[in-house]
Design a protein around this ligand. Structure first.
Ligand code: ADP
Length: 274
């Protein structure tokens, strides 16, 4: 996993570069501004299929913005994002590359799952139905098949005994584990995790991180995580990307970033959080 040099043909070739199967996410010179504030500054980033990548860095450095761009909750001001061989941000119309319409975004986004800080479960649906709802209504899966899949996922996140409860009857940690199961039920190619433990009471954090460690170990899903949990990042990451002011200032395997960071800003950040 390397934010490598941009391919100059990628932004202009309407078909995009041939999908080689290995490259799942590619940001090419992505700039995002809010007013006069440049949050991401011509960011190049590549994530390969099956890898576990964590984004670390000071608050406000643009990490969550990356996940929100991937969910098409935001649009870049400049640059392109490719996912799974398709443009997420653009589509081809009349031989030209134009900003993607909602239908195109939705189709590409279907293979992207996200878990938020605030679990965002459907409060009026029991746990099982929270998980089966999208597979049935979006993917058209039969109810029985969706329930079977949901039960397997509840087993994976350790909540088999709670499938008949409402979210309000569960602890925050349990709700977050349901949210993880719900995201996985759509069989996404990548799971985006946005500080998924930061809204939890401290004693509930470890259970959620253990579930994620399990998922990292036992599935081939690609993970892109924004986290302040440095031990977790060290455990699960193939690659850690250090952000500062909308740029990746350093990246590499966790043993390199955590034990021998090259950048002064990385050293400062790590000494403040470790
Ligand atoms: P991080 O995840 O690294 O903490 P974010 O990506 O959340 O950083 O935010 C980067 C910067 O963009 C912050 O300064 C934040 O205040 C700003 N920002 C994020 N979303 C918006 C928005 N919708 N409108 C204005 N500013 C925003």
């Amino acid at each position: 996993t390397v934010p490598d040099a941009p391919d100059d043909t990628a932004a202009t070739d309407p078909g995009g570069p041939a999908a080689d199967g290995a490259e799942l996410i590619r940001f090419d010179k992505v700039t995002k501004r809010f007013g006069a504030h440049t949050v991401l500054d011509a960011l190049d980033m590549t994530v390969h299929s099956g890898k576990h990548v964590t984004l670390i860095g000071p608050s406000g450095s643009g990490k969550t913005t990356i996940l929100r761009l991937m969910m098409t909750l935001l649009k870049p001001d400049e640059g392109t994002i490719m996912f799974n061989g398709d443009y997420l941000t653009h589509e081809e119309k009349g031989g030209r590359l134009v900003p993607a319409g909602e239908r195109h975004s939705r189709a590409v986004r279907r293979n992207i799952g996200m878990v938020f800080q605030q679990f965002n479960l459907f409060p009026n649906m029991k746990v099982l139905r929270n998980i089966t709802e999208a597979p049935v209504h979006v993917l058209g899966l039969a109810k029985d098949a969706a329930e079977e899949r949901a039960r397997e996922l509840l087993d994976l996140v350790g909540l088999t005994d709670h499938l008949d409860k409402y979210p309000g009857q569960l602890s925050g940690g349990q709700q977050q584990r349901v949210a993880i199961a719900r995201a996985l039920a759509m069989r996404p190619k990548v799971l985006l995790l946005d500080e998924v433990t930061s809204a939890l009471d401290p004693e509930l954090v470890a259970g959620v991180l253990d579930v994620l460690r399990d998922i990292a170990r036992s599935t081939d899903i690609t993970l892109l995580c924004v986290t302040h949990e440095m031990n977790f990042a060290r455990d699960i990451s193939d690659c850690v990307m250090m952000f500062d002011a909308g740029r990746v200032i350093e990246f590499g395997p966790p043993e390199q970033i955590f034990t021998a960071p090259e950048h002064e800003r990385t050293r400062e950040f790590l000494s403040a959080v470790l």
